[in-house]
Design a protein around this ligand. Structure first.
Ligand code: ADP
Ligand code: MG
Length: 616
């Protein structure tokens, strides 16, 4: 299910390791934190004094105030009270400035993180999107932002606060009584080590919970993305049933995470209470011996309570830190997945001609998961001259779509070469390559945006009149004008609000608008009725004029008029010639396909029958 776990590798080819991913998380988060270095520094410069004033100096002044009351120096009490108020005002000022600074800094960092992960996911290989759960990728992109905010809260707020309280608190106690300071530090270390130990023990449960949780999200996402299929097969119960496995795994891991909090928490509370009691007894001894005054006893109690509270806060901080790291783990791991299809270091430029030669030299391709001897494309050689129109036919599964994906370099050939105008496509930048090809895939998916925006995707700056012209050529206007908002109608996620044929027409309009010198159509009109197809054919014919074209079609009438037709079977070229020439090869696949078609159309039933008999 999580296929990409197995292939997750870093740029240097090593597989992921936990420590390595954690280091990557810190690196990424600090890069984000440093996006606004000035405000980050300002935060530290204001918050540390604020914490010192509130948590360290106010108790100190209070203790002196209490001493004054005991000594009946009541006039001095007012001064101490005033000092407490001044310290509070100082605290409020500093804390507010820090608060504003950190808010801006955190937003900047979050935006940086969000852009980094989105750019990273966008730059992945084509393969990545077909293997990954879409829902889960979106969730990961959102979760890493939350994780960063949590991490930021710890390193910019909680950590400096706790350090200040502990260091300043212990320093002031040490100033009064070194023995007591040492005792306090020992006691605190005692509570802290217990916290750290239990926390790292619990880390494994947290991580498993986080993994299980995204598995649940991915599973729900997968079912809901295919809601219409679920409905049509009345498989709601089955999908519910299917969710139970990851859900049960999540429940088990989540329970372990929560339940192990009980001994971690109660143990720490107990230790903290014991510490307070021991320190109380110890300071009373010191008082009896005359080593410390009553002020110090009071001060110690004020601090000890605060310090013990601080260890609880530190425990909470560690918990949140782990949560942040746990939540960032999977997204960062996904970010580390190796990209195989890379641009050359110094890409060559294609000539600016309007037509291009396309050459495939002994191209073979094997899918990574395929059996050893199974090639989707095998020793495929063809040269398509500038402006030549070549049709490609073959039974389904013969490797036609794979060939188009190789042409667009969605994946690299296993062996052989693909050459455009004398340049291996590996020598050209991917963007350049894809810019010279107008490609209509077999099952075009549309964005959940308006029809106009979907068409203009090929050229977002195109004036509306040109977009409409392309739409007319692809026969989109026939249905678009009937829609409630015309071209501004939203098409639903993946284009579900349009029929298959309508989606194809939008995809064709998009390719028309792109106006690239090479045209690759993969069954681009397969979902159209013959009447609409006939209209679109006119548009396509105009488009193909002077363009190097590779047209895959199921319906032979579509490609009858091509300059040449190549027949593919099991990844190989088995026939090659004009429509007439191929018909004359009596036992060839082409004439068989043709005879199964009435008027160039393969009836669904007969085509099934023919493919089955072929397979036998
Ligand atoms: P066509 O377009 O001619 O119907 P395809 O190129 O889609 O054929 O498929 C050729 C072969 O490659 C088929 O046997 C198919 O099962 C296999 N195939 C296609 N896509 C993948 C993939 N992503 N992973 C593994 N095998 C695949
Ligand atoms: Mg196909």
């Amino acid at each position: 299910m999580y296929y990409w776990y197995n292939i997750s590798m870093y740029q240097d080819g090593t597989t992921h390791r936990e420590g390595r991913i954690n280091r990557e998380i810190h690196k990424l988060f600090w890069q984000a934190n440093f996006q606004d270095k000035n405000r980050l520094i300002l935060t530290y410069l204001t918050r540390i004094p604020a914490v010192a004033a509130y948590n360290v100096f106010i108790p100190l002044v209070s203790a002196y105030g209490i001493q004054a009351i005991i000594d009946k120096r009541l006039d001095q009490v007012n001064h101490y009270a005033l000092l407490v108020i001044l310290l509070s005002i100082f605290y409020c000022l500093c804390w507010s400035i820090g608060g504003i600074a950190i808010s801006k800094q955190a937003i900047k960092g979050s935006k940086y993180i969000q852009n980094r992960i989105f750019a990273n996911f966008l730059a992945k290989d084509y393969d990545f999107y077909t293997n990954a759960y879409f829902g889960s990728l979106g969730a990961q992109a959102a979760r890493i932002r939350d994780a960063f905010n949590m991490y930021g809260e710890i390193v910019t707020l909680a950590l400096p606060k706790q350090i200040t309280i502990v260091v300043a608190g212990v320093a002031i106690i040490a100033f009064q009584s070194l023995a007591l300071a040492v005792a306090t530090v020992v006691a605190m270390l005692f509570v802290l080590s217990y916290t750290v130990l239990t926390s790292s023990w619990r880390l494994q449960f947290r991580r498993k919970t986080s993994e299980a949780s995204s598995e649940v999200a991915g599973s729900i996402g997968d079912s809901l993305t295919h809601g219409p299929t679920v409905k049509s097969f009345a498989m709601e119960d089955y999908e519910m049933q299917r969710l139970q496995k990851p859900l049960a795994r999540w429940a088990k891991e989540q329970y372990r995470t929560w339940v192990t909090f009980v001994p971690a928490d109660t143990g720490r509370m107990l230790l903290a209470a014991i510490t307070t009691a021991v320190l109380l007894i110890y300071s009373s001894r010191l008082y009896q011996q005359g080593a410390i005054s009553i002020t110090i006893v009071i001060l110690i109690q004020l601090y000890v309570i605060r310090l013990v509270a601080s260890t609880l806060d530190i425990a909470e901080m560690i918990k949140r830190y782990e949560e942040a790291m746990g939540n960032a783990y999977e997204p960062v791991k996904t970010m580390g997945i190796l990209v195989n299809i890379k641009d050359p270091e110094s890409p060559k430029k294609l000539a600016q001609s309007t037509t291009h030669t396309l050459e495939l030299q002994e191209v073979s391709y094997q899918y990574p998961e395929a059996a050893k001897s199974q090639y989707a494309v095998s020793n495929f050689s063809q040269k398509i001259k500038p402006g030549e129109k070549v049709g490609l036919v073959g039974y389904s599964g013969s490797g036609k779509t794979t060939l188009t994906k190789l042409l667009l370099r969605f994946m690299d050939v296993t062996t052989g070469k693909i050459i455009i105008d004398g340049l291996d496509i590996k020598e050209i930048g991917q963007k350049d390559l894809r810019n010279v090809i107008s490609y209509v895939p077999q099952e075009p998916l549309l964005f959940h945006r308006s029809i106009a925006e979907n068409i203009a995707y090929a050229n977002p700056n195109a004036p509306k009149s040109i977009v409409i012209k392309a739409a007319k050529m692809a026969y989109v206007d026939e249905f678009a004008e009937e829609l409630p908002k015309g071209y501004d109608t939203l098409v639903g996620e993946r284009g579900v609000k349009l029929s298959g044929g309508q989606r194809q027409r939008v995809a064709i309009a998009r390719a028309l608008l792109k106006d690239s010198p090479i045209l690759v159509l993969d069954e681009a009109t397969s979902a159209l009725d013959s009447k609409s197809e006939k209209y679109i054919q006119d548009g396509l014919r105009q488009l193909m004029k002077n363009r190097t074209s590779l047209v895959i079609a199921h319906r032979l009438s579509t490609i009858q008029r091509m300059d040449r037709i190549v027949v593919m079977d099991k990844g190989r070229v088995v026939q090659n010639g004009t429509h007439q020439q191929l018909l004359e090869e009596e036992n060839g696949i082409y004439s068989k396909l043709w005879s199964h078609q009435s008027g160039g159309y393969i009836g669904v039933v007969s085509s099934f029958a023919s493919e089955e008999s072929e397979a036998l």
